[in-house]
Design a protein around this ligand. Structure first.
Ligand SMILES: Cc1cc2nc3c(=O)[nH]c(=O)nc-3n(C[C@H](O)[C@H](O)[C@H](O)COP(=O)(O)O)c2cc1C
Length: 378
């Protein structure tokens, strides 16, 4: 090929195999709560069209919004989807088929809110590792208002129930046709409440040092593995920052990272997804001199790693892949602006900046559609 006919392919747009699932590129839609079910946790046709639009826009992989895992304590927001009832499973099945037909793979994010539950259809009180009042306030864009309540500290029985919810939900997700599941261990929700030192004051085997604080996440992974077998793709999302704390860092730094990543890999996760809630990767990635958190995860766990946070900048995304910081990237806000982001990058088309109005006053799909219509009129 002569020099002038040579077309440079963005490294993100090369194919990748994630836990045996062939992906057409290395760009995933990051999980985004859209609080858009009709109230019974059943995914709607609007949600089907929303997820399918990313597949049509050439994203190789889509990770759904955080989805609750039981009819007890896990629900985070009103209008959040679940993967528990037959009606929920059936609606997800239809949605998955539509995404597959449009050519993308789709993973379900399994989420337990713990102390950060803003509204729960099934229960009025919250459970968490310890009875610690969460920092910050409920988020209005997900329908919340005012302070969180003080959770009840989980008993061993509560812990077992939560773990069973994750395992059964993974089975339900597989039945609905999902290519895999991703456990939400990030952003301050239940698993992260166990990992974080100030929300976990337990003195039993689930607390204390980082080896104790990671135990709950490990047992969730082990239970899912027992339920779905060794081969089913199973990821874990982690972060240091949280929706209600943008500055927290693992107190043991690189040493904590090594314990966390190796324990999860040993328990059987197929990939790790490092989120940057409230910040971009450049601001959260450094974990030791010259070492990024995603590089460390790759080195310790020897499994694929997805980097997240500000990756809608194609030059940052290129650097991440070329310098070996991660195997894939995921986009949240960038995918909301452009459901066809990978296609646009392939064609060298302009990219618009994120407009927070997409999520105001509510982070719903309906609101985003309204924003789009208004923008097209002007
Ligand atoms: C509307 C919205 C909803 C989100 N919901 C979730 C969620 O359900 N689960 C999750 O792990 N992260 C969630 N996040 C965090 C994003 O996945 C991502 O980590 C963050 O926005 C930073 O990535 P970005 O720079 O690509 O936007 C959400 C973010 C947004 C903007």
């Amino acid at each position: 090929m002569s020099q002038d006919t040579h077309i440079k392919i963005h490294p993100l747009l090369t194919s990748f195999s994630l836990a045996g699932i062939p992906l057409k590129n290395r760009v995933a839609v990051a999980p985004m709560s859209r609080v858009s079910t009709s109230g019974d946790g059943v995914p709607t046709e609007k949600m089907r069209d929303y997820y399918t639009s990313f597949a049509k826009g050439q994203f190789g992989m889509i990770i759904t919004e955080g989805t609750y895992t039981d009819q007890a304590q896990s629900q985070a927001y009103a209008h959040q989807p679940g993967i528990v009832t037959q009606a929920q499973i059936q609606a997800w099945r239809t949605l998955v088929q539509s995404v597959h037909t449009a050519g993308a793979s789709i993973f379900l994010q399994l989420m337990h809110a713990g102390a950060l539950s803003q509204e729960n259809h099934y229960r009025t009180h919250t459970l968490a590792p310890s009875a610690v009042l969460p920092k910050g306030e409920k988020m209005p864009e997900y329908g919340g208002q005012g302070p969180f309540s003080v959770p009840e500290a989980m008993s061993e029985k509560h812990i077992l129930e939560a773990i069973e919810g994750f395992a059964q939900s993974a089975v339900n997700a597989r039945d609905a046709g999902f290519d895999g599941v991703e456990v939400h261990g990030a952003n301050g929700y239940l698993l992260d409440q166990f990992i974080t030192n100030y929300t976990n004051r337990r003195t039993d085997r689930y607390g204390g040092s980082i080896k104790g604080r990671i135990r709950f996440a490990v047992e969730v992974v082990e239970a899912i593995r027992l339920a779905v077998g060794k081969e089913y793709p199973l990821g874990m999302r982690l972060s240091q920052t949280k929706v209600n704390d943008f500055v927290y860092r693992w107190p043991g730094g690189q040493k904590d990272g090594e314990v966390i990543f190796s324990a999860l890999a040993e328990a059987g996760v197929s990939y790790l997804h490092l989120a940057s809630e409230g910040r971009d990767w450049r601001k959260t990635a450094s974990i030791a001199d010259g070492v990024t958190i995603t590089q460390l995860a790759r080195k310790v766990a020897h499994i694929p790693v997805i980097a997240n946070g500000g990756m809608h900048d194609p030059s940052l995304a290129e650097q991440i892949i070329n310098e070996g910081h991660a195997d894939m990237i995921s986009l949240a806000r960038g995918a909301l602006v452009h459901a066809d982001w990978p296609q646009r990058v392939a064609q060298g088309l302009a990219l618009e900046a994120f407009d927070p109005e997409i999520l105001h006053p509510r982070a719903t799909i309906e609101n985003a559609l309204r924003w789009r219509t208004l923008r097209e009129r002007h």
